[in-house]
Design a protein around this ligand. Structure first.
Ligand SMILES: *Cc1c(COP(=O)(O)O)cnc(C)c1O
Length: 490
């Protein structure tokens, strides 16, 4: 017994660094605080992109390191790739990272409230429900609808499609007869989710689009009718409210009526665009979203929160419970006193990060108005950029629905140089410059440069910086082509 007690004391003392003292905590907090302050203050001046690679080293865990040393290392690690927190991130779909949400994460991590089950933390679960209820209200979903805070849009879509699959009871031989309708512009996670949930062999119909890359509803109707006449089983139509490539919002109201007439599950992927419903300018684009059976939105995009928070709303609870609700023996008691479904009943996750706190804290601290203003600012900045870039001789797509647009230099008309080739060199030079980051895509074999404005740190000064960078890179590209293509330049 004496030995045992001695051993316990020894172990307790050895493990004690895991609980820093009050004074140690002060020191740690101060060091992190300084690091972050410096980081944020430098963001505006630093490049938004730098190509490079970090070779991973063997993880040396024998000796403790100082926090200062580790932060220096992180600084080195963070300098390459896209600076996601920078306002100059105008590629793909930019993310957020508002500071107060970071504080929410800190509180969530240190208190480690168990956010999966009401029994474990009625408070954390209530907060998640408050947020879900708020999102239900902004999309006019009924009170009886349910929802879940996921890690992002991909898992949110996965939960929605699983629910659709089970509502339509698609299994075994039904799979090859079942038809999914979407446009070629849906996010790739849609098809990935279909594969994960065992629907690899469904029939996928790409519905034609109009000139703004929006689903053509008449074409959808015709496809459904023809599939039905062939004895197939149309079961889901997937609309986008803000596509990744061009930010297009499909005609939700029209799609909703086609879905209803044909008994299809109506899914809306609004991961990127959803929160623009909060702006007066764009609210009407979302008409019809109320009819969705399931809806995906990403607060880590449109609410400027740090990565790791998406959301799914499901209109009828039964549809999602079938696959996601589970009662195990060792969870005896976990349902005692539960008034409602817990997050774990509506998601593949059991134990989950209390990710709702970052959203709740920042929404409660700031109120909704700054978020709305920031979204409206992004819309206007996109408009401003596209007008300016046209004046520089670039071609742009049609006026975008939201805050994603694209452009290319018409080098063929101006100089007789092949356009995809020219714009690729131009974009390469823009990457090498790196002050502001833009990404690219192909639209029907046409190589275009995209602008996606969604960072809360993107302002007019950022856009002006980007325009200046593009003007300089355009000059360099022209010089490069003059040098290498002098014979074709007649
Ligand atoms: C970003 C995005 C997704 C994927 O969401 P993640 O949060 O990256 O998993 C899905 N659909 C659309 C339209 C998106 O913009």
């Amino acid at each position: 017994m004496q030995d045992l007690i001695k051993k316990l004391n020894e172990l307790e003392s050895k493990a004690s660094p895991l609980e820093p003292t009050n004074q140690e905590r002060e020191g740690l907090n101060q060091t992190v605080h300084q690091f972050l302050s410096h980081y944020i203050d430098e963001l505006e001046e630093n490049d938004s992109y730098k190509s490079g690679h970090i070779n991973e080293q063997e993880l040396d865990l024998q000796h403790p390191h100082s926090l200062e040393d580790l932060l220096i290392k992180l600084n080195h690690y963070f300098q390459y790739g896209i600076t996601a927190s920078s306002g100059g991130h105008l590629g793909y779909i930019p993310g957020g990272g508002i500071y107060t949400a970071g504080l929410g994460d800190m509180i969530a991590a240190v208190t480690n409230e168990y956010a999966g089950m009401e029994f474990g933390s009625p408070g954390a679960v209530a907060i998640e429900r408050e947020l879900i209820n708020w999102m239900k209200s902004i999309f006019y979903f009924p009170k009886s609808a349910v929802g879940n805070l996921t890690s992002g849009g991909s898992i949110a879509n996965l939960i929605a499609f699983t629910s659709a699959r089970d509502r339509h009871n698609i299994k075994g031989n039904d799979i090859v007869r079942s038809v999914v309708y979407l446009t070629e512009q849906v996010h790739h996670c849609v098809l990935k989710a279909m594969r994960i949930i065992g629907l690899t062999d469904v029939v996928v119909r790409q519905v034609p689009m109009d000139e703004k890359y929006r689903m053509n509803t008449e074409a959808l109707e015709k496809l459904i009718a023809s599939d039905k006449s062939m004895g197939l089983h149309p079961f889901i139509v997937i609309a986008s409210a803000g596509t990744t490539d061009t930010g297009a919002v499909d005609p939700l109201n029209d799609i909703a009526s086609v879905a209803k007439q044909n008994n299809l599950w109506f899914h809306v992927d609004a991961a990127y665009g959803g929160f623009f419903i909060l702006t007066e300018e764009k609210e009407s684009l979302f008409n019809g979203i109320v009819h969705a059976d399931s809806l995906v939105i990403d607060p880590h995009k449109g609410l400027f929160l740090p990565y790791g928070i998406g959301a799914v709303l499901i209109k009828h609870a039964d549809d999602v419970l079938q696959s996601h609700h589970y009662v195990a023996n060792y969870m005896e008691g976990a349902y005692d006193g539960a008034m409602n479904y817990s997050p774990a009943d509506l998601s593949p996750e059991l134990t989950k990060h209390f990710r709702g706190l970052r959203m709740w804290l920042s929404l409660k601290l700031h109120g909704i108005d700054p978020f709305k203003a920031c979204l409206s600012e992004k819309l206007l900045l996109t408009h401003y950029f596209l007008e300016k870039i046209q004046k520089m001789g670039f071609k742009t797509g049609p006026e975008p629905d939201l805050s994603v647009g694209y452009f290319f230099y018409p080098s063929n008309k101006v100089f007789g140089w092949e356009e995809n080739e020219f714009n690729k060199v131009l974009h390469q030079l823009m990457l090498e410059d790196g002050r502001v980051f833009f990404s690219t895509t192909y639209l029907h074999d046409k190589y275009v440069i995209r602008i996606a404005v969604l960072s809360f740190r993107t302002h007019k000064t950022t856009i002006d910086k980007g325009l200046k960078m593009i003007a300089e890179c355009l000059d360099k590209t022209v010089k490069y082509f003059e040098h290498t293509h002098h014979d074709s330049n007649v």
